[in-house]
Design a protein around this ligand. Structure first.
Ligand code: FES
Ligand SMILES: [Fe+2]
Length: 424
């Protein structure tokens, strides 16, 4: 349970809010590289931290992220013409380059120096891991690039997708870092069903609920769900939370009782505004292999099923249709009756309302990872308000990996996580 004041601090991310100031200190995904497929392609609207922006790729393949509204009379630049090194407003022809400089004004005399006096707000971007990342913070505080291992492997070794979720970023993040819910919410209840879900024959579902341990680090924390699986030892699912909104989770064992694979997955929960977030889902092979077609298909199949994503990254199953819950399926095949693991997460997170009222909660011991994340975020808000740096803006998270393993009971999971750090 939180005070109303803390809940406000954690969830409000507009300009000048304490948490908005924290998140502005990190690189954040703005859009997928594939949304700007080639030089001079159509611009795309982007919403980040309550700001309406427009992204475009210029003739030299440079990406610009500008305010959506033209500084002349505030027309939307989304309708602009992307031509010869700049984006031109169609109302009176003011044209801007990727750095926000005004290159030309069609309603001014040819030798006017007015263009040199006008700029449109623009933010630095970097393309990495199939994602265009933006930095919206103070120029002098720009952190090193987001070189997670998943952003550094070749494109063939990685899959990144995104989905628009209609709720506050923090309740989506809290759903993701909550390891205890997975074998409950996502379980299958039949041995024969082929619907996406966690097989009832896995030790994840069969064993006791996990003990959750959290170990703070300078980038956030690492944490593990520890399940006693008898003589074989402990089943460890070791994760990382990287400030302010990243999670790395293990995927080696898969969820449906497959052969172990060398995959790690994760999410980034990016606030669009107080009541909407864009979730980036990534998965990659950490052992130097390309993802197989089966790996890729399975991601889509398990996550949402084909045909689920609409053109604007919203989903066909949504709040207005109760995520198409099927009560017969809920009775006989899966715990929820909602199709797709990611859709199940989305449904329960959105069902709490746009911003959940955390003054009404009754937390339990398995919520410890969520409690620590909140504490770290609240403390980062006061650090930044006092002029300091939040945790995780350095490079210490570059080498971390999530693991899935059965370890003998005398092995410390933290050592195992350490051993699996990405060697570079
Ligand atoms: S409003 Fe854009 S050029 Fe006039
Ligand atoms: Fe989940």
């Amino acid at each position: 349970m939180l005070t109303r004041e803390d809940n406000e601090t954690l969830t409000r991310i507009g300009q000048g809010t304490p948490m908005g100031d924290v998140i502005r200190r990190y690189w954040m995904p703005a859009l997928l590289s594939s949304e700007l497929p080639e030089p001079d392609c159509p611009p795309v609207r982007v919403k980040l931290l309550g700001e309406e922006l427009v992204a475009f790729r210029d003739t030299q393949n440079r990406v610009g992220l500008l305010s959506e509204f033209c500084p002349h009379r505030l027309t939307s630049m989304f309708f602009g013409r992307n031509e010869e090194g700049g984006l031109r407003c169609v109302y009176h022809g003011w044209k801007f380059d990727v750095s926000g400089n005004c290159m030309d004004m069609m309603n001014e005399p040819p030798h006017s120096d007015y263009p040199s006096k006008i700029k449109i707000t623009s933010y630095p971007v970097v393309e990495m891991g199939g994602v265009i990342w933006a930095y919206l913070g103070p120029v002098e505080k720009q952190p090193p690039y987001p070189k997670f291992e998943w952003t550094q492997v070749p494109e063939s070794h990685r899959l990144v997708t995104k989905v628009w979720q209609e709720c506050n970023w923090l309740q989506a993040l809290e759903g993701g870092i909550d390891t205890a819910h997975a074998p409950i919410l996502h379980r299958r209840i039949s041995e024969t069903t082929t619907r996406p879900g966690i097989s009832i024959n896995t030790s994840l579902v069969r064993g006791e609920p996990p003990k959750v341990e959290v170990d703070r680090t300078d980038y956030g924390y690492r944490y593990a769900g520890i399940r006693d699986v008898g003589d074989k030892g402990n089943l460890i699912r070791g994760y990382h939370y990287v400030m302010p909104f990243h999670q790395l989770r293990p995927l080696q064992f898969g969820l449906q009782g497959q052969e172990p694979r060398q995959l790690i997955a994760g999410h980034v929960w990016v606030p669009m505004d107080d009541e909407n977030c864009m979730i980036y889902n990534w998965v990659y092979n950490y052992a130097g292999q390309p993802l197989t077609d089966a790996d890729r298909e399975e991601e889509v199949q398990l996550g949402r099923g084909p045909g689920e994503m609409l053109a604007d990254f919203r989903t066909r199953r949504n709040k207005s249709n109760d995520w198409m819950i099927d009560r017969e399926v809920q009775k006989n095949e899966t715990f929820t009756g909602i199709e797709g693991i990611n859709t199940q997460d989305q449904a329960i997170q959105e069902s709490m309302g746009p911003i959940v009222d955390r003054t009404l909660e009754n937390l339990s011991a398995s919520d410890i990872a969520i409690v620590v994340a909140r504490r770290m975020l609240i403390s980062a808000a006061s650090t930044v308000a006092d002029g300091g740096d939040p945790p995780g803006i350095g490079e210490s998270y570059y080498r971390v990996r999530a693991i899935d393993a059965i370890l003998s009971k005398d092995v410390d999971w933290k050592d195992a996580l350490e051993a699996d750090m990405y060697p570079y």
